[in-house]
Each structure stands twice: as structure tokens, then as C-alpha cells.
Design a protein around this ligand. Structure first.
Ligand SMILES: [Mn+2]
Length: 333
């Protein structure tokens, strides 16, 4: 591991500035990893780091987290035309289609825990560990190895990143995640964490929730919810996490549209297969990827009717999961 840290340092030492890029619509793991990497690079090498992202930070908890961190991320509106510094990707990789990396950009670092993608071009340093539950656990390890003290607000963010990505240390958790949690625990700001986790939600949240439940149909052990147009893109992920608690349900798929995109989130009680499932379903229509038990995909709607797109996808899902139920049963009526 010491060698890995050396290699990471070697990859960045020639730079004065680095652009840190998490995945689009960053979640707590992506946000915390970005902030931790900035801390590592600025403390050790005085490198100026800018954290940028594309999309929306939609969930009330995630908004509360960035408020607590004093808004460390800058939202990109246009495309990055001529980046003045190399990129460091966290919680994402080149070629996934879920980040704002411009084609041909210089990449200094990739730190991720999603399945490894084939990347084109030269990357100074790559650390991709799909066996780890959260990128925040990898970042905690680097800070520990570098013997850089972790301020309470970063420890809190990393802790929350691990907790959410592993669904409270249940989903895809490995030894490194447990080690990171134990190391971070004495350093966290518990009161702040509770405020983030119990962040107040706007009234519209309950309307969304009611609509999502009403839209849910049960196909044997599969729950599928098509939400139509959504106010923010990670509503599908939020709804899917919620529905997975339903007794007898092994697979949950939530779909909806946000601006020009059709968004799909998949969750499963099984420990494997979610990434492969969504990649097969989306195919060449868009981009998809994920872990064993949580995954997602996006399709640019173009001139297609999103309702028809949803119908076609549901049919493919039924076949893939060998579901005999054809129409599905409404959950709430
Ligand atoms: Mn992650």
C-alpha cells in the first residue's frame, strides 16, 4: 500500500493545479471522496484543486452535506472547453458516460470502486477496487497512509459516504470499509451527521413519494416504478432504495425522465448481477453500469416517446428476470 501512495504522489507532483471530477449528480460518496482528495493534494503538495461536477445535487441529505462542507463543488453549466489542468476522477472512471470528462483530456488520477472499464489514453495513476464498498474508504486509507490529519468535517463526510454507499454497511462492504469506519468514527461530528441524515425535505418531496408509490407495479418478486418527468435526477435512486425494503421483493427498478435524459436505477437484494442486468437492458441505447447490487443507466430521449421507451424496457426486464406476471399489480390500489 505504501507503494501505491508513492505512485499516487508521483502522478501529481509535477502539477500546480488539478481539477477533481466526481460522477454526475454526485452522491455523498463522490462528494466526500472529492473533498478528501483535495485535502490530501493540498496538504501534501500545495496543489490547487478545484472540484467540479455536472448535474444536480438533488436529495435533501446531499444538499445538507454540501452546505455543511461549505459548498466545495462548483457546478458546470456548459462543457469544459479547454481545461487548464489535468483531471482527477473520483467514484467514476473514463468511459462510463456518467461524468463531464472532456474527450482527450489529461487524466492524472482515477480512484474508483466501480467495475474496471477499459480506458483509452494515458492515465498517470489508476486505483480501481470493485471489492471496496465506497470510494470514501479508499480515500480514508490514503489519508491514513500519508499521515495527514483528517479534520472533523472531512471525517464526517467520508463516514457518511461509506454509510450511504454500503446502505449502512450492508451492501458490498469489505474489510477496508470496516477499517475506515472504525478509524473515522472517533473523529466525526455526530450532531452534524444526524442533521444531514435527518435533513428537512420540501413539501414536494411527499408529493413525489406518493406519486412514486402510486406508479409502482409489482411483477412477482420485481417492483418497477416509472415516475415520468422528475424534478431532480436522483429521485429514481432515492425511490429504488426505499422500495427495496418491501417484503418479497428481490429486484427494484425505478425509471423517470429529467430534461433530455431517461434515467434508470436498479437495486437488488442479491449481491451480484445489477450492473450486468442494466447493461443488458439499456444496451446500445445509452450508458449503464454499477455494482453487484446497485446500478443505473441513462438514455438520451431524443425524438422518442419516453412512455414507449419505458414500456419497451419493462418488457426486456421481464424477459431477463424470467418474470411470468405480464401487466404487474399496482402497489397502492
Ligand atoms: Mn461510490
Amino acid at each position: 500500500m505504501k507503494e501505491r501512495l508513492e505512485a499516487l504522489f508521483e502522478a501529481v507532483q509535477e502539477f500546480d493545479e488539478i481539477i477533481i471530477l466526481p460522477h454526475n449528480n454526485p452522491d455523498p460518496d463522490a462528494i466526500a471522496s472529492a473533498v478528501a482528495l483535495r485535502h490530501l493534494l493540498s496538504q501534501r503538495f500545495n496543489i490547487k484543486c478545484q472540484i467540479v461536477y455536472r448535474g444536480i445535487i438533488g436529495r435533501a441529505e446531499n444538499k445538507a452535506l454540501v452546505r455543511y462542507l461549505n459548498h466545495p463543488l462548483q457546478r458546470l453549466t456548459g462543457c469544459i472547453s479547454q481545461p487548464c489542468a489535468p483531471f482527477a476522477l473520483v467514484d467514476t472512471q473514463p468511459g462510463t458516460g456518467n461524468n463531464a470528462l472532456p474527450t482527450g483530456a489529461d487524466i492524472a488520477i482515477v480512484i474508483d470502486h466501480h467495475p474496471q472499464r477499459e480506458a483509452n489514453g494515458v492515465i498517470n495513476f489508476v486505483d480501481v477496487r470493485p471489492s471496496v464498498g465506497a470510494a470514501s474508504s479508499i480515500m480514508t486509507e490514503y489519508l491514513r497512509l500519508a499521515q495527514i490529519s483528517i479534520p472533523s468535517f472531512i471525517a464526517t463526510a467520508l463516514f457518511y459516504g461509506i454509510k450511504t454507499d454500503t446502505m449502512g454497511l450492508g451492501r458490498g462492504t469489505g474489510t477496508l470499509d470496516m477499517e475506515a469506519i472504525c478509524y473515522l468514527l472517533p473523529k466525526i461530528d455526530l450532531e452534524a451527521l444526524l442533521k444531514i441524515e435527518r435533513a428537512q425535505v420540501p413539501m414536494g418531496y411527499f408529493k413525489n413519494l406518493a406519486e412514486a408509490l402510486n406508479a409502482t407495479r409489482i411483477y412477482n418478486n420485481v417492483a418497477i416504478s416509472y415516475l415520468g418527468p422528475m424534478q431532480y435526477p436522483d429521485l429514481t435512486a432515492e425511490t429504488a432504495d426505499f422500495l427495496l425494503r418491501m417484503k418479497g421483493i428481490e429486484w427494484v427498478v425505478c425509471m423517470g425522465t429529467h430534461k433530455e435524459r431517461f434515467i434508470i436505477s436498479v437495486r437488488t437484494q442479491k449481491q451480484a448481477g445489477a450492473g450486468q442486468f442494466i447493461q443488458t437492458i439499456v444496451g446500445k441505447q445509452g450508458v449503464a453500469g454499477g455494482h453487484g447490487s446497485m446500478a443505473g443507466g441513462q438514455i438520451i430521449i431524443g425524438d422518442r416517446n419516453p412512455d414507449h421507451l419505458a414500456e419497451g424496457l419493462i418488457e426486456k426486464m421481464r424477459q431477463y428476470l424470467h418474470v411470468s406476471e405480464i401487466m404487474g399489480q399496482a402497489l397502492t390500489t
